[in-house]
Design a protein around this ligand. Structure first.
Ligand code: CO
Length: 134
């Protein structure tokens, strides 16, 4: 079921400062910031060749990463995203074996225009897992 690592998402309290650090200290190639109001984040993609790093800054009052940043004020790893061929089949399989799918269980369109789902971190040893239909 599990495919490639699509991205690792890092929550950051200050996107401009994180962009400057990745660009100036690490020499990374960065996208322009993209506001995704429906996801409550502004995102910058860091291209590292074999995968992407996503820098996420809260956007709006009900950002899904706000609570994470309250607990981790300097930022931290927020989730990992794995690719799957068939997200509905993956969801049905996971639900059947007792894994918790977040939200209403229906895939949303993610930052890359593809359907995504999130799995409860308590089922995966403390790490929030995103699945994206590749
Ligand atoms: Co993601």
């Amino acid at each position: 079921m599990l495919g490639r690592l699509n991205h690792v998402a890092l929550a950051v309290p200050d996107l401009a400062a994180a962009m400057a650090a990745y660009r100036d200290m690490l020499g990374a190639r960065l996208s322009e910031p993209q506001a995704l109001p429906e996801h409550g984040v502004t995102v910058v993609f860091v291209d590292v060749g074999n995968t992407k790093i996503e820098l996420l800054e809260p956007l709006g009052d009900a950002s899904p990463i706000a609570a994470f940043l309250e607990k981790n004020p300097s930022g931290g790893m927020h989730h990992v995203c794995y690719e799957v061929d068939d997200i509905l089949a993956a969801r049905d399989h996971l639900k059947q074996i007792g894994a918790r799918v977040l939200g209403d269980g229906n895939p949303k369109i993610g930052a890359h225009g593809k359907p995504v789902l999130f799995l409860h971190p308590k089922d995966f040893f403390g790490t929030l897992v995103e699945l994206e239909q590749a």
